[in-house]
Design a protein around this ligand. Structure first.
Ligand code: FEO
Length: 399
């Protein structure tokens, strides 16, 4: 087993999950797998920062044993309760049951509730430190990045930030460092991770990043708990997160729709023509054949969002519901939207989309476009005009 020493005396001892294709239950696809990163810091005292998802416990223990006996670990640091990082705790703590576990107070409560074990919890607050010898660990509470219990661990002398879920990506590779992999794929995964997990927490992301920036901590490396480690200009991912959290996006449009007999699809194509005529870049997704978590990543990149659906039972097609439901929970930042769709004897889809976009905090900037059966010549023109009008609306300073 090849050792990965990310800095002198600091080892990656996590696991690569090449096969995981769905995360958080079945809510989010991970086409490129993921990793569960844990770090072993060997000094006069030995600390383990985080564990792995439960089924990978043996891999964690094998990697630790390749460096030193597990019994040599003096401290266990749990940055986050969620089981993809704490699942290895029961197996680990069976071997070292009396070792102190450092976590936040909420982390202690969560770990106890999950595992019902009376480990020797040491709740910490921001600014508290733990001396290992030459090295010092400094803790920074980071509530809601990703759960209320979350915290960051900072290795002071090495200037390494271990922020757990923050700045991660679901990307399984043989490499461990971000500068060793395909950059397009890396940032695609980082963006998808942000869009699908962090969007509703964006105001807290901005606050926490600004707080860390004010501390003026030197940061040579960011070692998250998923994916690749950022060592070459690590602030690049911090600035990306800041931009995403502030709603900075391109003047481009996602058109997401589904259709029953093709009329709404025809409308979508004509709207695309209108957008193109105004020089507005746009991308089209038919939701019955598209992975919605990929579309959410596209929505992160684009300020404009047009959503279309045929009407069924006075409402949207069921194939549109998962995307709109996700958007309602994720509340994407500073998006401008509008709705369109065709209907038979009754409408309903367009008003339902508008209601759902409003609930998702999308600024519905244009009255929806609804037409019966199939667009005639005049209505085809209206669809093209709708695309043009939306492009112009998106460019208005207020939007
Ligand atoms: Fe990777 Fe919030 O767990």
């Amino acid at each position: 087993m090849q050792r990965t020493e990310i800095a002198p005396g600091i080892y990656w001892v996590g696991a690569v999950d090449w096969n995981v294709r769905e995360f958080h239950g079945h809510t989010y696809t991970t086409h490129r797998g993921s990793t569960y990163n844990a770090y072993l810091i060997v000094d006069e005292k030995v600390a383990l920062v985080d564990t792995v998802y439960g089924p990978f416990t043996d891999e964690l223990l094998t990697r630790i044993r390749d460096i030193l006996p597990v019994e040599k670990i003096d401290y266990v640091i749990s940055n986050h309760v969620e089981t993809d990082h704490s699942g290895g705790m029961p197996g680990l703590m069976k071997l070292i049951p009396d070792r102190p576990v450092y976590c936040t107070a909420r982390g202690r409560d969560g770990l106890f509730k999950y595992y019902q074990q009376k480990w020797d919890f040491h709740p910490v607050k921001s600014g508290e430190t733990l001396k290992l010898g030459k090295r010092t660990l400094s803790f920074l509470e980071a509530p809601y990045l990703h759960w209320p219990d979350s915290m960051f661990t900072y290795v002071v002398e090495d200037a390494i930030l271990m922020p757990n879920d923050a700045f991660g990506q679901h990307y399984a590779t043989a490499a461990r460092f971000a500068d060793e992999v395909d950059q397009y794929a890396l940032y695609e995964e980082a963006a998808k991770y942000y869009a699908n997990i962090l969007y509703p927490l964006s105001s807290l992301v901005v606050k926490k990043i600004e707080e860390v920036q004010k501390l003026k901590l030197p940061i040579k490396m960011i070692a998250p708990s998923h994916g690749l480690i950022w060592r070459k200009d690590p602030t690049q991912i911090v600035l990306k997160w800041l931009a995403w959290a502030r709603g900075e996006a391109r003047d481009e449009v996602v058109v997401a729709f589904d259709t029953m007999w093709g009329s709404t699809e025809e409308m979508a194509g004509l709207i695309m023509e209108g957008l193109k005529a105004e020089g507005m870049p746009a991308r089209l997704f038919k939701m019955s054949v598209t992975d919605r978590s990929d579309v959410l990543k596209e929505i992160l990149y684009c300020r404009g969002l047009l959503v279309g659906s045929s009407t069924i039972n006075r409402d949207i097609l069921p194939t549109m519901a998962p995307l709109l439901e996700d958007l309602r929970g994720l509340r994407p930042v500073k998006k401008v939207g509008a709705a369109f769709g065709a209907y038979g004897w009754n409408g309903g889809a367009v008003s339902s989309i508008e209601k759902r976009l409003n609930e998702a905090t999308v600024n519905v900037a244009l009255p929806g476009l609804s037409l019966s059966w199939r667009a005639d010549a005049a209505e085809r023109e209206r669809c093209i005009e709708f695309g043009k009008a939306f492009a112009r609306k998106l460019r208005e300073p207020a939007n």
